[in-house]
Design a protein around this ligand. Structure first.
Ligand code: HEC
Ligand code: HEC
Ligand code: HEC
Length: 428
């Protein structure tokens, strides 16, 4: 009896394994000679450049700016470090031998030309939504770049996470292959925005939290998440900034890197705006803004304006007469207020108002700490504007009391905990 059950279990196990291998197995696609840049029209390459910008291909696939797309960028994961690959048309080290079919399969199914499964750090879970034309244009762009014979470092993923075949199981659980489906209840412009956001732009890759296996948690879509040690705020109605993301503000922010009713794009979002979205036509950014303001359930322009004026005024009224100032308030008055003071009805992008800024209303202080320690470079935020860092001038305790002061007077949200320790953790 026992033997029979045991036999049945083993047989079932073998059957399950066989089915899994059948699903997991992907064939190799024949190599081709690199098509060369003349195989594509200038217009097609130009369209591909816009898509490559929206998809941030260069941000992830470049380490040395002199070697664009040659790969090697380290992507730390909880399971070890993964390196982006060389996607220049070099026939040996890059993807020069990839046909458009092989490229399309990688972008939409996460399978390399050789047939091995690719890690979802490469956002094919989003690129799968791209249309046939857009995949062709991207292929034209990538294949017409300069070939560079560079080899990225070996991945250092721990066993069993280094077994690519197991990714087939991950895909079964978390990956929906398939093109973008427009929402018939929304207009064309909204749908264009959604297509860019969900597809090439892969916005939720950073703005949605991930589960223990590294997949976006669909139950918490757009709730905000930590990525590359920055906090990417919620983009849905849980976004806590007083003004909300109206169409006008969202467009300003995505086009220019800052909005008077919020603040500026720093860290990873600065890369998205300044390295990626800069190639996109205005019509695409307006479409993204229409989609975003709907997702955020933004108020009308007038109400956004009024709410932000009220927020600035309230924070100003909470400031004490000078003799009563505590340490945090004194530091703010001396170190920050000269540049961060606004007339309530007319905030200025170049003086981001602390009462409106998502760094102050975020559930984690990481962005505020990093900006205070390191400042904002000329390249980030509004280009040509910068903010000095205060890491040398202020101690951990001083920064902690300054930020606690900002949180308590400029928002009605609960205080952050362990601030001093968190500041220390962000020091180089
Ligand atoms: C968030 C970072 C990130 C972005 C953005 C990104 N990639 Fe990648 N990509 C990766 C990583 C990491 C790998 C390696 C995955 C692996 O080894 O399994 C990869 C692999 C690939 C591959 C497979 C190459 C091979 O040798 O197997 C292709 C093709 C590719 N990316 C193209 C693109 C294109 C085109 C874009 C822009 C539209 C893009 N990637 C954007 C991180 C990224
Ligand atoms: C590589 C990660 C990453 C990607 C991809 C990304 N974002 Fe962000 N985003 C961030 C981070 C980090 C911040 C916080 C930056 C700051 O506070 O200055 C942010 C901030 C924002 C903000 C400001 C929110 C606020 O309340 O201040 C908006 C709006 C935004 N992103 C929209 C988008 C859209 C639209 C896309 C897709 C086209 C996108 N993001 C893609 C990381 C990302
Ligand atoms: C010399 C002027 C100056 C001083 C002093 C200054 N800032 Fe700034 N700050 C700026 C400018 C300008 C920007 C926008 C930079 C850009 O867009 O490139 C900025 C941006 C910011 C942001 C916005 C980040 C975002 O994601 O939107 C925060 C938060 C901030 N500063 C906090 C502080 C704090 C805290 C202090 C005091 C310790 C301070 N600043 C002192 C000029 C200053």
């Amino acid at each position: 009896m026992f033997k029979k059950i045991f036999g049945a279990v083993v047989a079932l196990g073998i059957l399950a394994l066989a089915i899994f291998l059948l699903i997991a197995w992907e064939s190799s696609i024949n190599p081709i000679s690199p098509p060369g840049p003349d195989a594509f029209s200038k217009e097609q390459i130009k369209r591909g450049e816009v898509l490559a910008g929206l998809g941030n291909c260069e941000t992830c696939h470049t380490t040395d700016p002199a070697k664009p797309l040659a790969g090697g960028r380290a992507m730390p994961t909880p399971f070890g470090t993964l390196y982006s690959t060389n996607i220049t048309p070099d026939p040996d080290k890059g993807i020069g031998q990839w046909s458009e079919e092989a490229f399309s399969r990688a972008m939409r199914e996460g399978v390399s030309r050789s047939g091995s499964h690719l890690f979802p750090a490469f956002p094919y879970t989003h690129f799968t939504k791209l249309s046939d034309d857009d995949i062709s244009d991207l292929y034209a762009y990538v294949m017409s770049r300069q070939a560079i014979a560079a080899e990225p470092p070996e991945n250092t993923l721990e066993f069993p996470y280094n077994i690519r075949l197991l990714l087939a199981g991950w895909k079964l659980l978390f990956f929906d292959e398939g093109r973008f489906e427009p929402d018939a209840d929304k207009g064309d412009v909204w749908n264009r925005g959604a297509y860019i956001a969900e597809g090439a732009g892969h916005c939720s890759a950073c703005h949605t939290p991930r589960n223990a296996l590294g997949a976006e948690d669909s139950g918490k879509a757009w709730e905000g998440a930590i990525i590359n040690n920055w906090y990417a705020p919620a983009l849905n109605a849980n976004n806590r900034t007083p003004a909300g993301w109206t169409e006008k503000e969202a467009y300003e922010y995505l086009r220019h890197g800052g909005s008077p009713f919020h603040g500026v794009a720093v860290g990873s979002m600065s890369d998205v705006v300044h390295d990626g979205l800069k190639y996109a036509p205005d019509s695409d950014l307006r479409a993204l803004a229409v989609w975003l303001s709907d997702l955020a359930q933004a108020p009308g322009e007038q109400q956004a304006h009024d709410s932000s004026a009220t927020a600035i005024r309230t924070a100003q009224q909470l400031q004490n007469p000078s003799t009563m100032m505590g340490e945090g308030e004194r530091l703010f008055a001396h170190a920050c207020a000269a540049c961060h003071y606004n007339e309530p009805n007319n905030p200025n992008t170049l003086r981001p108002d602390m009462a409106l800024n998502s760094a102050i209303s975020a559930p984690t202080p990481v962005n505020l700490i990093r900006v205070t320690l390191n400042g904002v470079s000329l390249k980030e935020g509004i280009p040509e504007a910068m903010m000095p860092g205060f890491g040398q001038a202020l101690s951990d305790r001083q920064i902690a009391s300054l930020l606690a002061y900002l949180r308590s007077t400029h928002t009605d949200l609960p205080a952050w905990t362990d601030l001093e320790q968190q500041v220390r953790n962000q020091r180089p």
